[in-house]
Design a protein around this ligand. Structure first.
Ligand code: AHR
Length: 514
């Protein structure tokens, strides 16, 4: 009798839930908008900072893992798996104190310097130009080099490019050959300074835009490589920086202009823990990350005034969540754990980038291994993949696909007196005609039914994957590396020509229709 009452009660509850929830109607237009989602939106950033390069990618013989030279191959393979398209290096703030000649030639002859930005540690320069380019070759990604404006000179920058890209007979090209690379490296993505408003030289925008013109003028296109020069752009909502640069720099002199925005759950003095937080900080961090949408819209509107044909790309070449460091680690090394919250932030942000793909053509998450919102954490010979890694694995299907227009209204995720949209999404069609839909549900308490029409889709073989976890602060650890990882998703069914998806709470879903 007791169990009959329980059953009845549960059924009533279930019916009430279904009735209360009209499915979210997701309209996917079959018409192409002719906008391609550039694969370079899925780029990454690795700086000489903490354990990203040294004791991250680049190991010594005490670490017992397969390596090519000193490059860890388990990391390389993980990045290949997510089709990492682009890697930015050597900084960050480090870029404007880096002199490339310190990092070429025989390693035993390279000078030791001090990394004055990140902890005053000794930089032995064992990882330099040829090692970075070997890393990119192993991953199969494009290098994106940030050149030094702050403490460099136009001549130093011009020489680096000649060393890298000139195929003919010159002292610098021959030096490259003597260092083991006969053919030019063909590096095309080229940053002219980093955060030139701050650690890159504390410049004002009119001064920087003059300097940009001067430096960029001497960055030559050697035969076979056309440079994609990227100006150092705004700090978050410094719209004046974008305005002045767009006004002063002729469009033909820049391929892109950058934007840096980091998400905090608190403030710069007290950023909040990466693991020890509740729904309050979860909500704040996710809400703050969604500010990316407004930033892109407002910077793009300024760019539109000077560049209505959208020739210049907005390059969000540093983004991600920045928390307090893991207790007991060097504060200058910016080593943080990575949770299910961070995966939700990554997926929501990638949806924002995809939905602005007509202007955003490059982005780099900060910073790949062991620093800030990492894809990968290492400890000795162990390596774990973070929840954020799995987002890039799910979303790789959008790389270079044609975006499909979406229309829907999201239910609200309410917290206290505040609210944010629960659902965000991207839909795209790849070169084989396969359609992919990614959906994020930020709401940790409610699942939502989402319904979309299948009529008009030629092939209808549907499969799905999901990333979800019980708690917003669930993380993968070296002891439990697989707590948060993708699984097959079966929570969808056809109803006539409708596809009805039961989007779980706190989840990221990728559906493939082929
Ligand atoms: O990613 C860490 C630092 O954040 C970078 O070095 C700098 O560009 C930014 O301020």
């Amino acid at each position: 009798m007791k169990s009959f009452i329980a059953l009845l009660f549960n059924s009533v509850l279930f019916i009430a839930f279904v009735n209360a929830q009209n499915p979210v109607q997701l309209q996917i237009s079959q018409e192409s908008q002719e906008v391609k989602i550039s694969r370079n939106i899925y780029g990454h950033f690795s700086e000489h900072l903490g354990r990203c390069i040294y004791d991250g990618f680049w190991i010594d013989s005490s670490v017992q893992v397969a390596a090519k030279d000193r490059i860890r191959l388990d990391i390389v393979n993980a990045l290949k798996n997510i089709r990492c398209p682009l890697l930015r290096w050597p900084g960050g703030c480090f870029a404007d104190q880096y002199h490339w000649t310190d990092g070429v030639g025989p390693r035993e002859k390279r000078p030791k310097r001090v990394n004055t930005t990140w902890g005053m540690v000794t930089e032995d320069n064992s990882f330099g130009t040829q090692e970075f380019l070997q890393l990119c070759e192993l991953i199969g990604c494009e290098p994106y080099v940030a050149g030094n404006v702050g403490t460099g000179s136009p001549r130093e920058m011009a020489n680096w490019l000649e060393y890298l890209n000139f195929d003919g007979n010159s002292q610098l090209a021959n030096e490259r050959r003597a260092n083991g690379h006969e053919k030019p490296y063909k590096v095309s993505f080229w940053g002219v300074g980093n955060e030139s408003w701050g650690c890159g030289g504390a410049m004002i925008p009119s001064y920087y835009s003059d300097q940009y013109r001067r430096y960029a003028e001497f960055c030559k296109n050697y035969p076979g490589t056309s440079l994609k020069k990227i100006a150092s752009g705004s700090n978050v909502d410094d719209y004046n920086w974008t305005e002045v640069c767009m006004k002063n720099i002729p469009l033909h002199m820049m391929w892109g202009i950058s934007l840096h925005f980091y998400t905090l759950a608190g403030n710069w003095q007290n950023k909040g823990s990466a693991t020890n937080f509740g729904e309050d900080e979860y909500f704040k961090a996710v809400k703050n990350s969604l500010f990316m949408n407004e930033l892109i819209e407002k910077h793009s509107a300024i760019m539109d005034k000077y560049d209505p044909e959208k020739k210049v790309s907005l390059c969000v070449d540093e983004w991600g969540i920045w928390t307090d460091v893991e207790p007991g680690t060097n504060p200058a090394f910016l080593h943080q754990q990575n949770s299910m919250r961070d995966a939700i932030i990554a997926a929501s942000t990638l949806n924002i980038f995809n939905n602005h793909a007509e202007r955003v053509r490059l982005a780099c998450l900060a910073q790949t291994v062991n620093v800030l919102q990492s894809l990968i954490l290492t400890k000795g010979d162990k390596m774990i993949l973070t929840p954020t890694y799995y987002v890039f694995d799910l979303y790789k299907v959008h790389q270079d696909a044609v975006r499909l227009k979406l229309n829907f209204s999201s239910p609200a995720y309410n917290f206290g007196n505040d609210k944010i949209p629960a659902i965000s999404s991207t839909a795209s069609k790849d070169s084989n005609g396969v359609i992919h839909i990614t959906l994020v549900n930020t709401d940790p308490h409610h699942g939502y039914p989402v319904s979309t029409s299948l009529s008009g889709f030629k092939s209808q073989n549907i499969s799905g994957k999901v990333l979800t976890s019980l708690h917003v602060n669930d993380v993968n650890t070296f002891e439990k590396p697989d707590l948060v990882k993708t699984a097959d998703f079966k929570g969808f069914k056809r109803q006539g020509d409708q596809l009805v998806i039961e989007l779980p709470p706190l989840s990221i879903v990728m559906l493939q229709i082929k």
